[in-house]
Design a protein around this ligand. Structure first.
Ligand code: ZN
Ligand code: ZN
Length: 310
């Protein structure tokens, strides 16, 4: 389909990604308002609302998403919320889901997190992508290395991460508290630590949890890996591919992206994640095409899964 036929017509569509940490006194009222708004505009996607704010991804016609932004910003706390635009449509989502939860990112720290009109209270210092590089230069000149701390699930870092990053042993975001309190990272408490994640939202919370636990110099990247990669491509401190939560599974910032991922069974280079062949196992694993195609190796490696499929 050519751009000519869709340009300037009603068939243009977009996806919006957004979040805002701000006090929400009545999450249920906001949920009902958002649900009605999305239904009236024909939007589909997923929105989570808590006492700490809102986190959403919705898709629909260009006219509808513009209308959505205008109406959503009428809520005082969401007035200056940033919306990130992306290619896609309502068809990229199975349905519309608008829910109230304890947290907009699920760390299991709902009672600890504090937010005010300016966002998360006590989080890491925000850095633009250029400021990240400046910090690294400045610290290096002073004889100290900045530590990059991966705020995603460890699986995602297998195909891409900041150079030299610490990747915590995390399967779900809920594991971070246990990791931070394990003592494993206590040597980082007096070092400059830059937390990073896909779009920045997880680090808003993670950096605050770290500071609360005695990490004294914590930073976070505005817009996360996505914005850093948009600015520096593969010529900065980022290496490899970015794991993404849609059908593509991964994306690269340029043709120069290095390949970091390897098949867990045979070591062949691959950036392709597969579901474990055991239907009851939710693990995603990097497998080469050959290993993914053979019953003996199409699993995540755990005893139960290996035994079941072979
Ligand atoms: Zn293999
Ligand atoms: Zn498995």
């Amino acid at each position: 389909m050519g751009t000519k036929s869709t340009r300037g017509t009603n068939s243009e569509t977009r996806i919006l990604l957004y979040y805002r940490f701000t006090p929400v006194a009545d999450p249920t009222a906001v949920m009902l308002w958002q649900r009605t708004l999305c239904e009236s505009l024909g939007l589909r996607g997923r929105i989570i609302i808590s006492h700490h704010g809102i986190n959403g991804t919705v898709g629909g016609s260009l006219t509808a998403v513009k209308q959505y932004i205008r109406r959503t910003r009428e809520y005082p706390g969401f007035h200056d919320m940033e919306f990130k635009w992306s290619a896609g449509s309502a068809e990229d989502f199975p349905k519309l889901s608008v829910k109230v939860r304890d947290e907009i990112v699920s760390f299991g720290a709902a009672d600890e997190l504090r937010v005010d009109e300016n966002g998360v209270v006590g989080g890491g210092t925000h850095l633009s992508p250029a400021e990240v590089d400046e910090l690294v230069e400045k610290k290096r000149a002073a004889g100290d290395d900045v530590v990059f701390f991966d705020g995603r699930n460890a699986m995602e870092a297998q195909i891409g991460r900041f150079r030299g990053a610490v990747v915590p042993d995390v399967e779900t975001t809920h594991d971070f508290l246990r990791e931070l309190e394990s003592g494993k990272y206590d040597d980082l408490k007096d070092r400059p630590v830059v937390t990073y994640c896909t779009g920045g939202i997880r680090c808003e919370v993670l950096s605050a949890l770290m500071r609360n636990r005695g990490f004294n110099e914590v930073y976070q990247i505005d817009g996360g890996i996505v914005r850093y990669g948009e600015q520096f491509g593969d010529s900065g401190l980022w290496e490899g591919s970015l794991y993404v939560f849609d059908k593509r599974m991964h994306m690269e910032f340029s043709e120069d992206a290095v390949s970091l991922g390897t098949c867990m069974h045979c070591g062949t280079a691959t950036n392709t994640y597969h579901n474990c062949a055991n239907g009851d196992c939710r693990a995603m694993v990097l497998l080469c095409e050959s290993c993914a195609g053979s019953p003996a190796t199409a699993h995540c490696g755990r005893d139960g899964c290996a035994a079941l499929v072979s």
